[in-house]
Design a protein around this ligand. Structure first.
Ligand code: AMP
Ligand code: MG
Length: 414
């Protein structure tokens, strides 16, 4: 266990340093399970998977056309070959291809051993039992070689990969029907705060609806996690202590929101001092400065700020890479691109900012970005309108229009 030293008298912790401390403290969960391929989407592969077959399994045609051997033919000139039969996908040509012969062939159909070329059907003419090929047809083309994608015994996918639809298809093409994946990480989460009211109930004066549990519930909807929503706990020492110590008994991770600063009603940090080895960090990021991390019993604890935008940002930037390490995921940096700012952005120096932006692309493929609106850490409306973070370094004092900025898009396609 690393030294989770408290930072009360220290300068703020950089986002990078916070990620590193968390990564150093977390060990991937040990358990693995065998899962049928069709249930493996989104799970983390626990061991490398090798192909028991060559892929493609047979030499086959890449197009519909006519297959022949170019060995004894001068393809610079037009030529005629006798049509000896056909090879269909799933129904190979049974005979032997002799000199002077060709066969009709369809995409994916096995090539006769003697054939080395396929010519697209559009280029030939049929003359009775003969096929007429024009001059200068390309030879040795449109043949998919055995094992050209993956050789038998070769690695299809390494451990630590989060399986996408593509890996499911790849494994299926090798005839693999089950895979060994990491067990899901068990995560408990709850919101804290006396002001919180469940949705569907009218708001009494001074109360607000609890949005954080819906954000976290959404962010934790992932086949790698088994997430339990423990509801809302008021600002009450006993209740919070009970909830945390109970949750620590049967979860790998506990995530809470609110109560992580040093205000009067912020019990979490005081309780944590008693229950485990947890410390409050001031992370040099905006939104998201107050952040607690550590251990309660065997469970890792992440105490997020109360404001909803800060919950989303700290989860994505700090918690998610940590959970990735627990689930055994290979570390990967999020895609970041440079985009031209279309209007100036204000910023105080001191903290790395994740401003919410709207990223667009013109017909030439150039990226442009503008603020999505209000940048308050309570403003989910403007976050909903955004499609990226605009990342402004800690020492930045604002950016002028027509200057490039780093942008992290929210969505990737697979
Ligand atoms: P705290 O960190 O508990 O001081 O909360 C900071 C701000 O976030 C306050 O304005 C809280 O009312 C708000 N907040 C805390 N928890 C939630 C929640 N679950 N949903 C929406 N807002 C919240
Ligand atoms: Mg609170």
């Amino acid at each position: 266990m690393i030294d989770l030293c408290s930072l009360e008298n220290e300068p703020m912790l950089s986002v990078e340093a916070a990620r590193e401390r968390i990564a150093a403290a977390l060990e991937p969960v040990i358990g693995v399970e065998k899962t049928a391929l069709k249930y493996a989407l989104g799970r983390v592969l626990a061991e490398p998977v090798c192909s028991p077959l060559d892929i493609p399994h047979d030499r086959n045609a890449a197009v519909d056309g006519y297959a022949f051997s170019s060995r004894d033919i001068d393809t610079a000139q037009a030529f005629r070959l006798h049509l000896a039969g056909a090879s269909w996908a799933g129904k190979p040509f049974q005979g032997q291809l002799n000199a002077g012969e060709c066969i009709r062939i369809f995409t994916g159909a096995v090539l006769p051993r003697e054939a080395d070329s396929v010519v697209m059907q559009e280029f030939v003419t049929v003359d009775g039992d003969y096929t007429v090929f024009p001059a200068a047809v390309p030879a040795r083309r449109f043949v998919r070689e055995t094992g050209e994608d993956v050789k038998s015994g070769g690695i299809l996918c390494g451990a630590g990969k989060k399986l996408t639809a593509i890996e499911l298809g790849l494994f299926a093409s090798a005839g693999i029907y089950d895979v060994v994946v990491k067990r899901p990480v068990n995560i408990a989460f709850f919101s804290t705060g006396d002001e919180l009211t469940g949705i569907g109930k009218p708001l009494a004066p001074g109360k607000i609806h609890d949005s954080n549990r819906y954000i976290l519930g959404g962010l934790l909807t992932d086949p790698c996690y088994c997430a339990a929503d423990l509801g809302v706990i008021g600002d009450d020492m006993r209740q919070l202590e009970d909830a945390l110590s109970q949750a620590a008994l049967n979860h790998d991770v506990i995530i809470t929101t609110g109560g992580a600063s040093v205000g009067e009603a912020d019990f979490i940090t005081r309780i944590l001092e008693r229950l485990g080895e947890v410390h409050l960090w001031k992370i040099a990021m905006k939104p998201g400065k107050p952040f607690a991390f550590g251990k309660i019993g065997k469970a890792f604890f992440f105490g997020l700020p109360g404001n909803p935008v800060a919950v989303a940002v700290t989860f994505q930037q700090i918690v998610k890479p940590g959970l990735g390490r627990l689930t055994g995921l290979m570390p990967a940096s999020p895609l970041r691109i440079k985009a031209m700012l279309t209007a100036p952005l204000k910023k105080e120096p001191g903290r790395l900012e994740f401003q919410r932006g709207i990223l667009t692309q013109n017909a030439d493929g150039e990226f442009f970005v503008a603020s999505a609106g209000g940048q308050g850490s309570h403003m989910l409306g403007s976050m909903s309108a955004s499609n990226c973070y605009i990342i402004l370094p800690a020492d930045c004092c604002g950016v002028q229009a027509n200057e490039p900025v780093w942008v992290e898009p929210f969505q990737t396609s697979l």
